[in-house]
Write a protein that binds this ligand. Structure first.
Ligand code: AMP
Length: 218
């Protein structure tokens, strides 16, 4: 199955993607994680996108489409993948349609994570992530271990530099302006399922699993 997780930053896409990977055995592709790894390594690409990400803006479609095109050709994507944070514009969605033409467009489903903006602000400012494996924690709902080390890989747990309230508001503006139109776009294609994301991780995952099990028998 080819799965798109659509929704504002902080809606729980990354957390749910990790659970879906465990349950269904298909990889999570997070464009945000890929870009952050480039920034950490100080590559040309990383240097190009660092200030854009820190300002809460979207990087260019061309750049992100190339990354996805390459990534989904890797062997672990043979049986499907979860796109977490892509597509984020109509241009990206159209490029993805082209890529999926060869792979099987009927295997595509989109889960839209619905959640109010004020809840997002609260969640993101309390979000912490493992700097090594990307595991997501939340100071209120799912606190990291007291020693500040990830319980999966031992990596250091940090706050992302774009998870401050000021930048989150800018990211939300980008979402409403550029990404929200995708809801209507995928609804018209008959691909959209709404997930009520303003609940606990386990409650949300129960709904996600239900939708996926009904829709994907293989
Ligand atoms: P995320 O971790 O998904 O919240 O992404 C963090 C940042 O990476 C975003 O605020 C953008 O600057 C950039 N980014 C990630 N995915 C995309 C995308 N599909 N299109 C454009 N920019 C993206």
């Amino acid at each position: 199955m080819y799965l798109i997780l659509l929704g504002p930053p902080g809606a729980g896409k990354g957390t749910q993607a990790q659970l879906i990977t465990q349950e269904f055995g298909i990889p999570q592709i997070s464009t945000g994680d890929i870009l952050r790894a480039e920034v950490r390594k100080g590559t040309e690409l990383g240097k190009k996108v660092k200030s854009i990400m820190e300002a809460g803006k979207l990087v260019s479609d061309d750049l992100i489409i190339k990354i996805i095109e390459k990534r989904i050709q890797e062997p672990d994507c043979r049986n499907g993948f979860i796109l977490d944070g892509f597509p984020r514009t109509i241009g990206q969605a159209e490029a993805l349609n082209e890529l999926l033409k060869k792979l099987g467009p009927d295997k595509l489903k989109v889960l839209e994570f619905e959640i109010p903006d004020e809840e997002i602000i609260k969640r993101i400012t309390n979000r912490r992530v493992c700097s090594k494996c990307g595991k997501v924690f939340n100071l209120l709902l799912n606190p990291p271990p007291p020693d500040g080390k990830c319980d999966e890989c031992g990596g250091e747990i940090i706050q992302r530099s774009d998870d401050t309230e000021d930048v989150v508001r800018k990211r939300l503006n980008e979402y409403h302006e550029k990404t929200e139109p995708l809801i209507e776009y995928y609804h018209k294609m008959g691909k959209l399922h709404v997930i009520h994301a303003n609940r606990t991780v386990q409650e949300v995952f129960a709904e996600v699993k239900d939708v996926l099990q009904h829709n994907f028998k293989n």
